[in-house]
Write a protein that binds this ligand. Structure first.
Ligand code: SF4
Length: 244
C-alpha cells in the first residue's frame, strides 16, 4: 500500500473513532455532580439512609421507585457490595431481598456466616432498568460510570461508618468501581486484594450470575464455587479477634 494511502487512512478512520471516544468521555466528565454535598456531618447509618432517601444526584431517582440503601449492623465485620438493587429490591426498598439475595443468604448459611454480622449494599442505590419488548417487565440495565461516580459518596460513607474487617465485591461492576477499572472477577475471584478500603478485600461473582446459569449442573457448579469463595471469608472471620 502506498504511504500516502496509509496516511489518509490514519487521518480519516482512526481520528474519527477516537474523537467519538473523546466526545463520550467529555459527556461523562461533564456529569460531575455527585452525592458528596449531601453526606451529613458525623453520619450514622440512620442519618445516611434518611438523607439518601431524597437524593437526586443523578437521573436514576427518576427510574427507581425509591433509594435502596444498605442494610445491616453498624458493627458488621463483613460488607458485601453489589451493583444496584434489582426489581424486587426496588419495590421493597431493601437490598438483596430478591432471588439473588436469597442465594447469598443460602451461601452464607452454608459457610456458617451469621447474617447479623453482615452489611449488604450496592455501588448504586437506585434501580436502573428498561422495559422488555412487551413493556411488561423491567429489565436490569448496567449503570454508567457517571451514575456510579455520583452515587459513590454514599458507599464511601457506609464504609467509613461500618469499617468492615472484610469487604467483598460481588460482580464486575462493584469490583471495577472499588478496586480498579481493569479488574477481572473471573480471573481473580476469591483472592485477597491489596486495598485501603478494608483490612481484607476480595471479589467474587454476583449471585445473580448463578441464577442465569442455563442448566442445573452449571448452576450447581457455580454455586459451589461461590460457596468456596465465601468459605474463605468465613475463615478470615475465625481469625483471633473476629466474630463470625
Ligand atoms: S443512584 Fe445514587 S446518586 Fe443517583 S439518585 Fe440514586 S442515590 Fe442519588
Amino acid at each position: 500500500m502506498p504511504l500516502i494511502a496509509v496516511a489518509y487512512k490514519k487521518k480519516t478512520v482512526k481520528p474519527e473513532a477516537s474523537s467519538q471516544a473523546w466526545r463520550a468521555m467529555k459527556r461523562e466528565a461533564l456529569k460531575t455532580v455527585t452525592a458528596a454535598p449531601l453526606i451529613p456531618p458525623h453520619p450514622t447509618l440512620r442519618t445516611l439512609r434518611e438523607t439518601a432517601a431524597t437524593c437526586k444526584a443523578c437521573d436514576l431517582w427518576k427510574t427507581g421507585t425509591q433509594t435502596v440503601f444498605g442494610e445491616g449492623s453498624q458493627h458488621a465485620s463483613v460488607m458485601f457490595v453489589g451493583e444496584q438493587p434489582g426489581d424486587r429490591e426496588d419495590l421493597a426498598g431493601r437490598p438483596f431481598v430478591g432471588p439473588a439475595g436469597k442465594l447469598l443468604d443460602q451461601a452464607l448459611a452454608q459457610v456458617g456466616i451469621d447474617r447479623r454480622n453482615v452489611y449488604v449494599t450496592n455501588v448504586v442505590k437506585h434501580f436502573k432498568w428498561v422495559p422488555d419488548e412487551r413493556g411488561k417487565r423491567r429489565i436490569h440495565k448496567k449503570p454508567r460510570y457517571s451514575e456510579i461516580n455520583a452515587c459513590r459518596p454514599w458507599l464511601d460513607a457506609e464504609l467509613a461508618v461500618v469499617k468492615p474487617q472484610i469487604l467483598v465485591c460481588l460482580g464486575a461492576t462493584a469490583a471495577q468501581a472499588l478496586l480498579r477499572k481493569e479488574f477481572s472477577v473471573s480471573r481473580r475471584r476469591g483472592e485477597l486484594v491489596e486495598s485501603e478500603l478494608a483490612p481484607y478485600v476480595m471479589a467474587t461473582v454476583h449471585p445473580s450470575s448463578i441464577l442465569r446459569a442455563t442448566d442445573h449442573e452449571s448452576r450447581r457448579q457455580q454455586m459451589e464455587s461461590f460457596v468456596a469463595d465465601l468459605r474463605k471469608v468465613a475463615h478470615l472471620l475465625q481469625k483471633p479477634g473476629k466474630a463470625a
